[in-house]
Design a protein around this ligand. Structure first.
Ligand code: ZN
Length: 302
């Protein structure tokens, strides 16, 4: 068996956005260049949000202008409103990803709008992205739980997914923004949304806040999902969700996939070396388990 899976690397955006240390554009480009050299083919590279709110992403346009180009490599820019959408289109980035939020309270605090307003915005943006020849994905944040409201009603998530499919988005991601899901939640949620996806690819975004992310990925794999967000080194979290640290680490997923016979097309040693390198500019240790351990099987050098 050698099935193909995709790791969408979100470290340069989702990861760096929550770091207290601001990296300069050169260092961000070096990070992205190293990720591409390791074999990563889709990278969330920037966020088109207010630099006052997210100073880590203030150089989004400069980053996009300098992204390393290689065959099959595509970049994603995050947009949260019409203004960000226009900036992303103008930057030339090939994929746009917008966020819808399942929780009304979280949506209000994070985006200053309601879930219904976000869905209406997305319904307007999706055809414009298509007309501009851009891939347009949407992440449903807090799909498995909210720091303010607690449990999310799975039917609410399903209805949002159905609305997004109706809007013609190219891909839908479900995000466990605060890392509360367990595998049985994941299995149930996928069973619930599958019938309304109508062929729209499903991507999952897990945080390892409660050490359940790799188990959740296993459950999603078993349910047929093949696209996963992850962050090199386990970098990041969400600065607007209290206590929500830890995107699942790309190397932890890659190790899992390789040992299970799934091919992600990424070199594990190169990814681990990138995580180790990144600790220098950040001045901090990163939490990925695989980067803390020795490579297995060991690489023999002459
Ligand atoms: Zn995340």
């Amino acid at each position: 068996m050698n099935q193909s899976v995709e790791i969408v690397e979100v470290g340069p955006r989702d990861g760096l956005q929550s770091q207290p240390t601001l990296l300069d554009t050169d260092t961000k480009i070096e990070l992205i260049t190293r990720l591409v050299a390791a074999g990563v083919r889709r990278i969330e590279a920037a966020s088109f949000v207010s630099p006052k709110r997210v100073p880590q992403m203030a150089d989004a346009d400069a980053v996009v202008a300098r992204l390393p180009r290689a065959p099959g490599v595509r970049y994603i820019g995050l947009v949260l409103n019409a203004q960000g959408f226009e900036r992303a289109l103008a930057s030339g980035i090939e994929q746009l990803n917008c966020a819808a939020v399942a929780s009304t309270t979280f949506c209000g605090r994070n985006q200053g709008s309601t879930p219904e307003q976000m869905l209406a915005l997305i319904a307007g943006l999706a055809p414009r992205a298509k007309a501009a020849g851009r891939f347009f994905g949407v992440t449903v944040a807090t799909a498995f739980g909210c720091p303010f409201e607690g449990e999310m009603e799975p039917m609410k998530v399903r209805d949002m997914v159905a609305a997004l499919v109706d809007s013609g988005v190219d891909e839908i991601a479900l995000a466990d923004t605060i890392g509360v899901a367990v595998p049985s939640d994941v299995t149930r949620m996928i069973e619930l949304v599958q019938p309304v996806l109508g062929g729209t690819p499903l991507r999952l975004h897990f945080h390892n806040t409660r050490n359940t992310a790799v188990a959740n990925v296993c459950a999603a794999l078993a349910a047929g999902v093949r696209i996963f967000d992850a962050s090199v080194g386990g970098l990041g979290g969400c600065p607007f969700a209290p206590g929500a640290t830890g995107n699942v680490a790309s190397e932890d997923l890659l190790y899992l996939f390789q040992r299970m016979g799934y091919d992600a097309g990424i070199d594990l040693a190169a990814l681990v070396a990138t995580a180790h390198w990144l600790e220098g500019p950040l001045g901090a240790k990163l939490p990925a388990a695989v980067s803390r351990a020795s490579l297995f099987p060991p690489i023999r050098t002459a």
